[in-house]
Design a protein around this ligand. Structure first.
Ligand SMILES: Nc1nc2c(c(=O)[nH]1)N[C@H]1C(S)=C(S)[C@@H](COP(=O)(O)O)O[C@H]1N2
Ligand SMILES: [Mo]
Length: 319
């Protein structure tokens, strides 16, 4: 696995909360012989060559905010360098520990302040005509970034079908709770189940995707199968994985990361190079696979499309 070697100054500040060895022991990974037991079956089978399927990166001014020097991050990194704490806090833990995670059958409950609540099967979400391939720049609050060819449907489609009421102002998303399958949930790493939220207008923005795949095939489990959120102008932690509930609410939801460290992870999480994380700078980033750091762009390069959502807001306070 080509897990990039990072200088120690960059290693997983998000996992400061976690004692990794405690995790491994309690999760039954040390001693249970799980480590290394499951080879990454998809690795090496690159199914999608940029330029052959889906949206190839184009010149400046593409609808998806790619810059001329943005090329897709290799499959091995997209699927081997992950944050999915339900399966461990190391970047290569999810690929190893999520191999047998069951994603079929899968039901997503849509409820809260809407006219058409219901339990949806995956097939209900995935009208084939609505599925699109889009290459997005993605940036983690840990100051690394990738360029990922996602496949998915606009979240707006799902929201419109549910018909939110006028009183609905936010959308809350919840990850599956299943400590038997998700060893991280047996430990107090975050408040489980993982939750996230968007303001309703952010959720309806045409860039916001419910992703079902990468590189033209179904999402690998470590990337949040079978359904995860992708919001390219926000820090990666907004991209809640393995979603089982989408709920319309009046009040701003508390996300898992806000609950863990409210002074470090705000609700808005718009990529803002001018507002440092309390423990490190957000001015630059390291693109996985590259060595020289890049400047971080406001709204991760999507300002033209999304800055108007925040006009009148103090983006230093609303980090
Ligand atoms: N349920 C759940 N969703 C999650 C996380 C997590 O730990 N649990 N980590 C978040 C963080 S911090 C990041 S950067 C992205 C990483 O997505 P990727 O591994 O597909 O690149 O997932 C986000 N979604
Ligand atoms: Mo992240």
């Amino acid at each position: 696995m080509a897990t990039p070697k990072l200088p120690s100054s960059e290693i997983t500040p998000e996992s400061t909360y976690v004692d990794r060895r405690k995790f491994l022991v309690a999760a039954g990974i040390i001693g249970a012989g799980l480590a290394g037991a499951s080879p990454r079956s998809l690795e090496g089978a690159l199914p999608f060559l940029p330029g052959q399927q889906g949206q190839a990166p184009q010149a400046r001014g593409t609808p998806y905010g790619l810059q001329p020097n943005d090329t897709p991050t290799p499959w091995a990194d997209v699927t081997g360098y992950n944050n999915f704490y339900e399966f461990g806090t190391g970047k290569d833990d999810p690929a190893r520990n999520a191999t047998n995670f069951r994603t079929r059958p899968w039901t997503v409950k849509v409820d809260g302040l809407c006219e058409k609540p219901g339990d949806y099967g995956l097939e209900d979400f995935l009208r084939p005509s609505a599925v699109e391939d889009r290459i997005y720049r993605m940036r983690c609050v840990e100051a690394w970034s990738m360029v990922i060819p996602w496949r998915g449907i606009p979240l707006k489609d799902v929201i419109d079908r549910a018909q939110p009421r006028a009183s609905a102002r936010f959308v809350e998303f919840t990850t599956l709770m299943d400590p038997r399958q998700m060893p991280g949930q047996r430990l107090p790493i975050l408040e489980w189940p993982y939750t996230e939220g968007l303001r309703l207008d952010e959720a309806r923005h045409p860039l916001t995707l419910l992703a079902t795949g990468v590189y033209g095939r179904d999402l690998p489990n470590q990337n949040g199968a079978p359904l995860r959120l992708v919001v390219p102008w926000k820090y990666g932690f907004k991209g809640v994985k393995s979603i089982v509930r989408i709920r319309f609410v009046e009040r701003m939801p508390t996300s898992a990361w806000m609950a863990a460290a409210p002074s470090e992870y705000g609700f808005y999480a718009n990529v803002n190079p001018e507002v440092d994380h309390p423990r490190w700078s957000q001015a630059t980033e390291r693109r996985i696979g590259e060595f020289r750091r890049r400047p971080t762009l406001p709204f991760n390069g999507y300002a033209d499309q999304v800055a108007s959502l925040y006009s009148g807001m103090d983006l230093r306070r609303n980090y």
